[in-house]
Design a protein around this ligand. Structure first.
Ligand code: ADP
Ligand code: MG
Length: 708
């Protein structure tokens, strides 16, 4: 897939110039100098020859077939250049030229025209407004980079050309090579999703990394990423974490969700490793590209200095890795070969005066130990240290082992020859122990991602027809929100347990309802104008007898009138009192990129302050639901503290899955809170005590329009 961009048989450079100060000259020179083996055709009607190559007046004038056209003409000339390529039957074009969508509406219009021409001929486009494309293995460097990247096993796509260039330069100085590089530019046609699909089966690509500013089609992205990450790691640095524009929100869920939360959730669900910095991007990718995956989290550390060893051990603990405990025989072996002042336990300290042989014994013993899943070797230069030879010892030991080995050679220029030797042997070296530990953890994370089982989504048999009817009525009445009265009907239709409730219009009815339900009861104001009932003193819990019911009825109505004189009040709800459970919130919001997003958190009034919530994109699977419950910091409160019984997590999972299905079935629900969902002890279930939703009818109107 997209072979025309990476292994074309021939390349045309449309707009190639003789002027060595011009980008269009540099680009041609790069293609020639990087050693592209097929025919290279400069196209420029004003010249006959450039860099010793015959120049053609147009693409159609080229005698042989052309697989790839690199377009560097001015923006106004791009449409005709693309049309020429189409006529010639060129399957792919990289448009370097800028001055399109990034410049405003007129540019966007021009870009659209170019795309239409390409589509007409079935031609694929990369760019416009991009730096170009590199394939390290077919020796194609169709970019204007000053220095060509090295060939390697990482494929890299960048939405920012400048950042792409900077990172490639930096990677080169670190001896990191690339299988493929694509500068995505404006993504008029080829997007990140196309590249994920193309690189999934690309044998040269071991690891995919991306710098992205946005994703156009969230669903397609998740699908492609989920597939790819079963084959190879995908690491993404996503910038632009603030939300564009602010929406009117009426739910906790709406307030707490933002586009960055959505990206986080989508990445987790599709196995994407999220890099938080450029450093992460490369630190993680070299570990994943160069070393085998660890089977577990037990790390051994060999060091010639105590301090860095302790720092590494601390970092392990912070991040959830384990310091491996070495076996008796490993320790005995170490005692035999290391001086008595050494530390024979993990971190193994070979002492500052250690030569390569001591490192050799310690490294081999650690790698052989059954209780060790991976190794970090820390070296600080001391008087006796033979940096290069130690690097060789590490490389040889790593080569003979199926366990990952990382290095942390720490200290100035004196280390450079050693680091070079490590890099050549594909032992990732990190500047500080913490970076090595973080990389090790990511390797373990990816191992789990790759081994994950793909769940089949659950589907519940529910009464969606009655929900449709309810929404039809609500739409006719022009309602934008539904309070707990209507929401309860919807939850019931999706088989979520709700408390028994009776609407009372007067004191008499309220008392009768309470007698029927049984004391104590809960009483709540019912009004289409009041969404947050406690805010207006509209909720009374634990009402114990008929007298109190009568008093509460009047009191609730009076308060509601007092706070909101215009409110239309339908009556007071008398409700079964739910006690002995823990309160959680589950909710739904809609993200512009990824669509329906489910929220989970501990309920109650602090949810917006503590922001201890987790998100997943719907449809949510059972494993994802379980993961999002465990993910919040306050999960121990549900697992049970101080002898408390654990809460019924399965019941929360069930509620999340049903809400997820509701979200998929009814796009008109823009946002929704079930708050609280009261969860009993394990095995005893959960009850949705209160719910409200915001409705968005334009979604349905759009849908109907699309269908016509
Ligand atoms: P609102 O969120 O509109 O203020 P709720 O119906 O959620 O109104 O009630 C507020 C709080 O009262 C709930 O968070 C819960 O703690 C408590 N509560 C409400 N209904 C019940 C009930 N049936 N049983 C027990 N507690 C309840
Ligand atoms: Mg509530």
């Amino acid at each position: 897939m997209l072979e025309e961009f990476f292994s074309p048989r021939s390349v045309a450079v449309v707009g190639a110039s003789r002027d060595t100060t011009k980008l269009s000259h540099g680009l041609l020179r790069n293609i020639v100098q990087f050693g592209f083996s097929g025919p290279i055709y400069p196209v420029n009607p004003r010249i006959d020859e450039v860099l010793g190559l015959k120049c053609y007046p147009s693409v159609t004038a080229i005698p042989g077939p052309v697989d790839l056209a690199v377009v560097v003409v001015p923006p106004t000339a791009v449409p005709s250049a693309i049309k020429d390529c189409g006529e010639k039957g060129v399957p792919g074009a990289v448009i370097i030229t800028a001055g399109f969508r990034e410049t405003g509406p007129a540019g966007a219009e021009a870009e659209h025209r170019v795309l239409e021409i390409a589509r007409k001929y079935g031609m694929r486009l990369i760019g416009p407004n991009c730096v170009g494309v590199v394939d390290g293995h077919t020796h194609l460097n169709a970019t204007f980079l000053a220095e060509a990247p090295l060939a390697g096993e990482i494929s890299f796509m960048s939405q920012s050309g400048a950042l792409g260039v900077a990172l490639l330069g930096w990677a080169r100085s670190e001896q990191i090579g690339f299988a493929k590089f694509v500068s995505l530019g404006n993504k008029a046609d080829v997007t990140e999703v196309d590249l994920l699909n193309a690189w999934m089966s690309d044998r040269a690509t071991q690891v995919v990394i991306a710098y992205l500013e946005g994703i156009a089609d969230g669903r397609a992205f998740m699908e492609a990423a989920s597939q790819l990450t079963l084959e190879k790691p995908l690491i993404i640095l996503k910038s632009g974490t603030t939300d564009a524009g602010s929406r009117a929100v009426s739910s906790h869920t709406g307030t707490l969700s933002g586009s960055d939360r959505a990206y986080d959730a989508a990445f987790k669900q599709s196995g994407v490793i999220r890099a938080r910095s450029v450093g992460d991007l490369f630190n993680f990718s070299v570990a994943l590209a160069y070393q085998p995956p660890p089977r577990g989290v037990r790390l051994a550390i060999v060091t010639n200095a105590g301090g860095p060893g302790i720092m590494a051990a601390d970092a392990c603990e912070r991040i959830g890795l384990q310091l491996a405990s070495l076996s008796r025989s490993t320790i005995d072996y170490l005692k035999q070969y290391l001086p008595p002042t050494a530390n024979f336990y993990n971190p193994i300290d070979v002492i500052g005066d250690a030569g390569p042989d001591r490192f050799h014994h310690a490294i081999c013993a650690a790698l052989k130990d059954e209780g060790v899943d991976g190794l970090l070797v820390i070296l600080t230069p001391q008087i006796m240290t033979d940096v290069v030879e130690t690097a060789r010892v590490i490389s040889a030991a790593a080569f003979g082992s199926s366990k990952p080995v990382l290095a942390n050679f720490m200290g100035g220029d004196i280390l450079q020859p050693g680091i070079k030797a490590l890099t050549e042997a594909h032992i990732p070296n990190y500047r500080v122990p913490e970076e090595a530990i973080a990389a090790f953890q990511i390797m373990h994370t990816y191992h789990q991602i790759k081994e994950r089982k793909i769940e089949t989504p659950v589907h519940f048999d529910v009464d969606s027809a009655s929900v449709s009817r309810l929404f039809e009525t609500a739409q006719r009445e022009g309602r934008r929100t539904l309070g707990d009265m209507d929401a309860r009907g919807i939850l019931s239709a999706y088989d979520m347990p709700v408390p028994r409730s009776i609407l009372a219009h007067n004191v008499h009815q309220a008392v009768a309802a309470a007698e029927q339900i049984g004391y104590p009861v809960v009483m709540k104001v019912v009004s289409p104008d009041i969404l947050h009932k406690s805010d207006v003193g509209g909720v009374r819990v634990g009402v114990p007898d008929a007298d109190q019911v009568a008093f509460a009825f009047d009191d609730i109505i009076r308060r509601a009138h007092h706070y909101l004189p215009q409110a239309e009040i339908s009556g007071v709800l008398v409700q079964e009192m739910i006690s002995g459970g823990r309160e959680v919130i589950i909710g739904l919001s809609r993200d512009a990129t990824f669509g329906p997003m489910i929220l989970f958190g501990l309920g109650g009034i602090y949810v917006e302050v503590l922001r201890d919530v987790s998100f997943r994109i719907a449809p949510v699977t059972p494993d994802q639901a379980r993961a999002m419950i465990r993910e919040i910091r306050s999960f121990p409160l549900l697992a049970g503290v101080r002898g408390e019984k654990p809460a019924d997590v399965d019941a929360i999972v069930d509620a999340i899955l049903r809400l997820s299905q509701l979200a998929m079935d009814f796009p008109e629900i823009g946002e929704m809170d079930i708050n609280p969902l009261v969860v009993y002890e394990r095995g005893k279930g959960a009850v949705a005590v209160d719910a409200r939703m915001g409705l968005n009818w334009s979604v349905i109107a759009d849908g109907q329009f699309d269908g016509e």
